[in-house]
Design a protein around this ligand. Structure first.
Ligand code: CA
Length: 353
């Protein structure tokens, strides 16, 4: 009987793409008109400007790879990799926020893992064993877990769980975060040929929500809602990943952040959106932007991974400089050849005496 129930649950999860496991009822919905874009917590391609300067509002290290016009690869499909992407600045004035990100998890063999994590934490840039980041964190971790450490768990993987860390409690790795989760769902986000997305909504001291769009319809589905949630006042947004014996590509393609201002939020300083840059998105599950409406789909070519940065984002800068140097060198040779040709064709003068 239990086996039959499990088969039904698995078939249902496969059919709908997302199935809630643990959730509260939302007390209110955040509307489009209540959002203001925050440029310095957003990330979009290309990751350099016309002067080849770094446009990233984030720092990238460890085994992460940057493909300038496509993605940040937190980990490539190789064993024992760790990579991370963190916001340069802490979130201070925006007490209630929305962060939406596009991601792709793909390329794994029959043994794939371990997934990636989204963070809003007091500390950052410390590698560790919780999806590549340190344990005993203070703040929010949302884990897009693709590898079942405990195969006795009855839910289907990939499995998304959220945990609020107090700086002392450890992530329950052996049970895939089960013992400390505040919300979770099953979501089939691996190996999709379209962009998969997630959106975190936090209203200070009142509500935390996760929405996902993993079935290519462009509609947000509520993964979980947790009421009466409080996060640290000062935190960093981050994404980390690690691989072990199991491996896979874990890519972040785009990050878009907003502050929320409504009757449920305290008054907060919201930055002016740049000219032509501000846009509105829904943070509700009902009315959503389709991928590609206001966010043009980025170029994406998983097979072209030749731009590994050696210890950071400087690798591609040197590549571009090398290309510029080659162009200048070729042009110089051309000019020299032109003058030599002109000199050869000048009429010769002969002395008459
Ligand atoms: Ca796991």
């Amino acid at each position: 009987m239990i086996l039959l129930q499990r088969i039904v649950a698995v078939l249902f999860a496969l059919a709908v793409g997302v199935s809630q496991v643990c959730a509260d009822e939302p007390r209110f919905e955040v509307q489009d008109s209540e959002l203001t874009w925050i440029e310095h917590f957003s990330l979009a391609q290309p990751f350099v400007d016309e002067y080849l300067m770094n446009r990233l509002n984030h720092v990238i290290r460890a085994d992460a790879i940057v493909k300038v016009d496509s993605y940040v690869r937190l980990t490539p499909n190789r064993q024992s990799m760790r990579g991370w992407l963190w916001s340069r600045m802490p979130v201070v004035t925006q007490k209630s926020w929305v962060i939406e990100f596009q991601f792709k998890v793909h390329g794994g063999d029959h043994l794939y893992g371990d997934g990636f994590a989204f963070w809003y934490t007091s500390e950052r840039r410390q590698t560790g064993n919780v999806f590549g980041s340190k344990d005993e964190f203070k703040g929010l971790g949302i884990f897009f877990d693709t590898y079942a450490n405990n195969n006795k768990n009855r839910h289907l993987f990939p499995y998304i769980t959220a945990m609020i860390g107090d700086g002392e409690t450890k992530y329950d790795d052996s049970d895939d975060g089960k013992s400390n989760e505040i919300g979770s769902c099953t979501a089939q986000f691996r190996e999709k040929d379209y962009i998969t997305r997630a959106k975190v909504v936090y209203v200070e001291d009142k509500m935390l929500q996760l929405f996902v769009d993993v079935d290519g319809t462009g509609e947000w589905k509520n993964c979980f809602t947790k009421n009466d949630v409080s996060l640290p006042l000062r935190g960093y947004f981050g994404f980390t990943s690690h691989t072990g014996d199991a491996s896979e590509n874990h890519d972040i393609l785009r990050i878009t952040s907003y502050s929320i201002q409504n009757e449920h939020t305290s008054k907060q300083t919201t930055p002016e959106p740049p000219t032509g840059g501000g846009r509105r998105v829904s943070s509700t599950g009902k009315s959503a932007n389709k991928p590609g409406d206001s966010i043009p789909p980025p170029k994406y070519s998983p097979s072209s991974v030749n731009s590994k940065s050696n210890g950071g984002a400087q690798g591609w800068v040197w590549t571009v400089l090398l290309v510029v140097f080659c162009i200048v060198a070729v042009a110089g040779v051309g000019v020299a050849a032109f003058f030599a040709y002109q000199k050869m064709n000048q009429p010769k003068s002969y002395k008459r005496f």
